[in-house]
Write a protein that binds this ligand. Sequence first.
Ligand code: BTN
Length: 228
Amino acid sequence: MPKIIKLEEVDSTNEWIKKNRKRLSDLDSVIAITQTAGKGRGSNRWFSPPGGLWLSLMIEKFPGSRGSLSLVSSVATAETLENYGLEVHLKWPNDIIVNSKKIGGVLIEKAQDGLVVGIGLNLNVKNSDFPDFLHSKIITAKEVIKKNLPIEEVAREIIKRIDIGRNELERIYVRYLSLNQDIGRMVGIVGPKETFKGRVMGIQLDGGIRIEKEGFEKIFYSGRPFYI
Ligand code: BTN
């Protein structure tokens, strides 16, 4: 049986998994009440007040690319939240969106010979628990459904869905496309050197996003898109 390790405070649950990799098996996970140095994608900090779900999961066996694990993890998270009555969308690559605002995100990193899936969800928290500059960008489950959710139960359901989903990649892909709202939209993607602007033509099973500009198509596997 995979275990869930519960911590009061940690720098980052993703870092904790990497440091403790040797004593963890496939699907073992850690949740923390707060993170003091939670990591978002890119070089972003991830604010993690008590009441949120700050979860990291060890993945040893995955039959696809890291990009498709990202699709599996975001669909598993979205479907779990739907079960608790939230209407969820996904923004490439794996922003979890409710009412056009970010309720959570996924960060996948290498953990020695495996992968760590880090999931952050603003569950039993208020907008005012976060710094001012985030207030217009984020949303919390408590604000939408007006009640607290069982954090550990939500974690268990996400883990179960990732476990099942990794063996159903075709279904996950179809579901990802139905939850995603980027296709057909004009976006800019901030890359390391330049911002590429164009129309989203599709998202691939390996997690890549296809952007078309003046008849020329480019595929991105990372970056942060903004709508134009
Ligand atoms: C994003 O930028 O959208 C990804 C955010 C991922 C945050 C989670 S919280 C649990 C895990 N530990 C971290 O330090 N980050 C991830």
